[in-house]
Write a protein that binds this ligand. Sequence first.
Ligand code: AMP
Ligand code: ZN
Length: 121
Amino acid sequence: MNHSSHDPSCIFCKIIAGEIPCQKVFEDEEILAFNDINPAAPVHFLIIPKKHIPMLESATAHDAPLLGRMMELAPRLALQQGSRPGKEGGFRVLVNNGADGGQEVYHLHLHVMGGPRPWKK
Ligand code: AMP
Ligand code: ZN
């Protein structure tokens, strides 16, 4: 991991560094996934890059393979976590970008939500 991208004031960087606990769903050298602390659906986890990218709009063409890997992980992890396959099942992948987009934590994350409805959102 590129530690130079670590932002000591960022809550998700603290989770990556092990300074704040999380319920881990997946980890490799450049990606971490963990359950959302305030789930909006029966399955609700976040996929984050270990590199501190504040917003989707901060990502560059250089980050495209990393973003692609995060997207490719979403369906696999969603099924592992209990979302149901196929058209009758499914899940939602969501990125909030900026205040108008509802972003609260300024470390890029994919929300992955699934499981039987109703959901909160
Ligand atoms: P957003 O509004 O897209 O920035 O979403 C931030 C998400 O991070 C919210 O759904 C929070 O519930 C979640 N969250 C905040 N702190 C933690 C934490 N320590 N562990 C897990 N999820 C968190
Ligand atoms: Zn961060």
